[in-house]
Write a protein that binds this ligand. Structure first.
Ligand code: NAP
Ligand code: 8YV
Length: 312
């Protein structure tokens, strides 16, 4: 008998193939009404979600045989881990395998924003060039970068920025030993010191709205914000205000407060570069993430140690 697995998020075809081969797969939405899963609920032993999923205790309560939540993504801020752990349900994620691509996207957003690549492309296509030169853009090399959250992705971002000769400082809850970057305990002070502020922190209640009007004020009219962490870390209404009023110069955003909905006011702004939460969405990384989700499920059902369990 194949173990029963409930999928509440879209996953790549590589993972679907593995899942269908080794498990009895059911699909539902993460907001399934109590009672709506009753035909399958007693059999479900694992749940497959993704980084954007919200897995509430109300869903877990409907699944009495649940043993494992396998998240297709490194961020698991949407999972009620405390409720899962109280029931002895393990949670796994996909750290490390996506780090390089996400950091690459951070650097790509920073370069695109500073060097005005989207506008320059539109300028050439619209045959504006023969009429006069394109406006100047901003240097990246040797400029000051502040990283909010020097974890796996923040560190990979810093390595890339170091290759551009950037002057790098970071903030976070803890000082990281053995790194060549300056620690600045105050986020507002960091924002005030730098040209670029890059959010690489995780989501969840502890980081909600960290980038608020005060921090944006400190970043200042020449400052550029990059967010490749979570939309919830930035107060999106305050950001829109800051962009509209020139409180900061611009923003490069891969993540948003209410995905996949991006406010019209943000979409209308010329000084932003927007990508659809796509930082880890390369063929190579999606394959690696899929493999890791499957390896965790396989390890669990074979009684082996989980490959990447979440520990908090
Ligand atoms: P990680 O290694 O756990 O790093 C998270 C970092 O957040 C830690 O360094 C932590 O610093 C920092 N942090 C926590 N609270 C903070 C605070 N109050 N102020 C500043 N920093 C704080 O995780 P990771 O692998 O680098 O991934 C980070 C996040 O990136 C994920 O959780 C996810 O939300 C996001 N992500 C986005 C995409 C995308 O497609 N855009 C893809 C993958 C991941 P301390 O160690 O000091 O606590
Ligand atoms: C993914 C992410 O896009 O890993 C994360 O935390 O947010 C991204 O890598 C997501 O998990 C896939 O839905």
């Amino acid at each position: 008998m194949k173990p029963h697995v409930l999928k509440v998020a879209h996953v790549p075809h590589f993972l679907d193939e593995h899942l269908n081969q080794h498990f009895q797969v059911h699909t539902a939405t993460q907001d399934a009404e109590p009672g709506s899963l009753s035909a399958i609920a007693p059999d479900i032993r694992a749940l497959v979600a993704n980084g954007e999923s919200t897995i509430r205790a109300t869903l877990l309560d409907q699944l009495p045989a649940l043993e494992l939540i396998a998240v297709f993504g490194v961020g698991y801020d949407g999972v009620d881990v405390a409720a899962a752990q109280a029931r002895g349900i393990a949670v796994t994620n996909t750290p490390d395998v996506l780090t390089d691509d996400v950091a690459d996207m951070g650097m790509a957003l920073l370069l695109t924003l500073a060097r005005r690549i989207v506008e320059a492309d539109a300028f050439v296509r619209a045959e504006q060039w023969p009429k006069g030169p394109f406006p100047w853009s901003r240097s990246v090399s040797r400029q000051k970068l502040g990283i909010v959250g020097l974890g796996r992705i923040g560190s990979a971002f810093a390595q890339r920025a170091a290759a551009f000769g950037m002057d790098i400082a970071y903030t976070g809850r803890t000082v990281k030993s053995g790194v060549p970057y300056r620690y600045q305990p105050s986020l507002a002070a960091l924002a005030e010191e730098v040209d670029f502020l890059a959010v690489c922190a995780h989501g969840g209640e502890s980081t909600r709205g960290l980038i608020d009007a005060k921090v944006l004020d400190a970043l200042g009219p020449q400052g550029l914000l990059i967010n490749i962490g979570r939309g919830s870390v930035v107060d999106e209404a305050a950001l829109i205000q800051a962009l509209q009023h020139g409180t900061i110069a611009g923003a490069g955003l891969d993540v948003f407060a209410h995905e996949p909905n991006v406010p019209a006011a943000l979409r209308a702004l010329p000084n932003v570069v927007l990508t659809p939460h796509a930082a880890s969405a390369t063929t190579q990384t999606r394959q690696a993430m899929s493999d890791l989700v499957y390896e965790n499920l396989a390890a669990h059902f074979a009684g082996r140690r989980l490959v990447t369990p979440v520990s908090n």
